[in-house]
Design a binder for this molecule. Structure first.
Ligand code: 86X
Length: 506
């Protein structure tokens, strides 16, 4: 047993922290040394480290979000936060530590998760009388307050969100952003007087998640309802947005749950309605996390490293002056022009790379690796012609632009890049979905790393059997459904009920 454990740790370390290899590499090898299509996971690991997004730490699964990554999160946070505030939702903060008795109060939804809960057991050398869970999610601690705050219909709706970290001690090997033991997220927890109001919010939030992915990350999503098996056990239903990554794996991007009155009953959250009758509240919860950053990296990155959609890029434009050591007078003029340009572009996030210890070629690679959408080169010839050269990160296309048109042109190009990234990802998603009418089709599609779309009987047994055989889970059931005719694709001989997406997933 002990030997086995030791062995596993060694393997994990090799996968996650190629410390020595990458440190040596760093000196000689600035760029990514593998192709994305040849070895996706190595490509991903190199990209996030070399672009300075992530640092590993002594605790497996707990990674540093370096400023470049945190900046992306802040941008997304800022957008989402403003949108939910428009909807009438407020932010609050609930404690990190949850007493065992409270966490166990609602066992129904926690059951399967117990092994993932991390506990605080001591202060100094003294054992706590009751151990404290580090929140894996905050239902229990929040609803314990909600029960005290909600008395009458006048206290409703109660709509709170919190931005925080959570800890889930996953045993599958950690992957930066995509599967970490600590991650950042928002969790919204709301209570209403009626099911109807709650249902509207579930849909509104699902659509907002879709906007975060599609408009900010430029990552297209499949919106739909989770199957009974895949929904959150504590929910009446769960809506989700799902994305698809180039390694052939689908991944859930955000979930919005109609909790119904399940938690209200467990936590005794009631209100007196207008007639003075006691009623249970209708609740929702919803969340999305820093995992979304990993999805974006996986979807847009290329063999040169990160490719960032302008809407979330911490730097929009990198200005690289091209100078020659034997022409100091010209250099001075180039630098002056570069500084002037930086100032004119101040409505954008601009970096002027005037480090003189590095060559222009090194700087091109440096900013490409970091996914900066536009590079502006200014060399002696450009100086003469009153122009600059603008290079797009997504297509690599270069263009000479008159100096007085650079601002307008840059803004236009950033919009084009955002659209282009989304359109390419959308094409990839669409061509990755294949309709299936038989189990034979299904096996082929899943084996080839694609998404199977089939008319399905909607029953748990078939879902479990299909997963067992092929490793594919249901992603979700889209709201707009083609006509459903005939029998389930899985060969169970039952009538098909719903068109559903299946894929291997994270
Ligand atoms: C499910 C449900 C829900 C609020 C969301 O999906 C959005 C934001 N929460 C989260 N879930 C757990 O309830 C859970 C519970 C424990 Cl104790 C755990 F260790 C892990 C968990 N993972 C997910």
């Amino acid at each position: 047993m002990i030997a086995k454990k030791t062995k596993k740790t060694v393997v994990e370390l090799r996968i996650e922290r190629p410390v020595k290899a990458s440190n040596n590499e760093k000196k000689s090898e600035l760029g990514i040394t593998v192709k994305k299509t040849d070895n996706f996971s190595e490509w991903y690991t190199q990209t996030i480290q070399k672009a300075e997004l992530i640092e590993y730490t002594p605790v497996s699964g707990c990674m540093v979000l370096r400023p470049y990554a945190y900046s992306i999160w802040e941008t997304v946070q800022d957008f989402f936060d403003k949108e939910i505030k428009k909807m009438g939702i407020k932010n609050a903060y609930f404690p990190l530590l949850i007493p065992e008795s409270l966490l166990k109060k609602e066992q129904e939804h926690v059951k399967g998760f117990n092994p993932e809960v991390a506990w605080v057991t001591h202060h100094g050398n003294t054992k706590f009388e009751e151990k404290l869970a580090i929140r894996p999610t905050s239902e229990t601690i929040m609803y314990d307050s909600y029960k005290k705050w909600i008395r009458s219909y006048r206290d409703l709706p109660l709509r709170l969100n919190q931005w925080c970290n959570v800890v889930r001690w996953e045993f599958k090997h950690p992957v930066p952003f995509l599967r970490t033991r600590e991650f950042l997220w928002q969790e919204g927890h709301t209570a209403f007087a009626s099911r109807k109001e709650a249902e509207k919010e579930v849909a509104d939030i699902r659509e907002l998640y879709a906007r975060v992915f599609e408009e900010l990350y430029a990552v297209p999503v499949l919106k739909g309802r989770k199957s009974e098996t895949e929904k959150f056990a504590g929910a009446v239903y769960t809506d989700s947005v799902e994305s698809f990554m180039p390694n052939g794996k689908a991944i859930q991007g955000g979930t919005s749950h109609l909790l119904g009155q399940n938690f209200a009953k467990a936590f005794d959250i009631t209100f007196l309605d207008k007639n003075g009758d006691k009623q249970y509240v209708w609740q929702n919860s919803w969340g999305f996390s820093t995992r979304s950053i990993g999805v974006m990296i996986a979807v847009h990155g290329d063999d040169k490293g990160l490719v960032l959609p302008p809407r979330v890029a911490p730097v929009h434009v990198a200005i690289v002056p091209i100078m020659f050591s034997n022409k100091p007078a010209v250099n001075e003029k180039i630098l002056k022009m570069a500084k002037k340009l930086k100032n004119e572009l101040k409505s954008l996030k601009v970096e002027l790379d005037d480090r003189d210890e590095y060559s222009p070629g090194f700087k091109f690679n440096y900013w490409e690796l970091r996914g900066v959408p536009l590079r502006i080169e200014i060399g002696p010839k450009d100086l003469e012609k009153d122009q600059v050269v603008i290079v797009r990160r997504d297509t690599g296309v270069k263009e000479a632009v008159p100096i007085n048109e650079v601002v307008v042109k840059s803004i236009k190009l950033l919009g084009d890049i955002q659209d282009n990234l989304f359109n390419n990802a959308k094409k990839f998603l669409q061509t990755s979905i294949e309709k299936v009418t038989s189990m034979n089709d299904f096996r082929k599609v899943i084996k080839s790393g694609k998404i199977a779309y089939g008319a399905w009987c909607n029953c748990k047994e078939c879902e479990a059997q299909v997963k067992d055989e092929t490793g594919a889970k249901t992603l979700n059931i889209p709201f707009e459904q083609p006509k459903v005719i005939g029998k389930c694709f899985c060969g169970c001989d039952k009538k098909a009920e719903k068109w559903v997406y299946f894929a291997r997933s994270y």
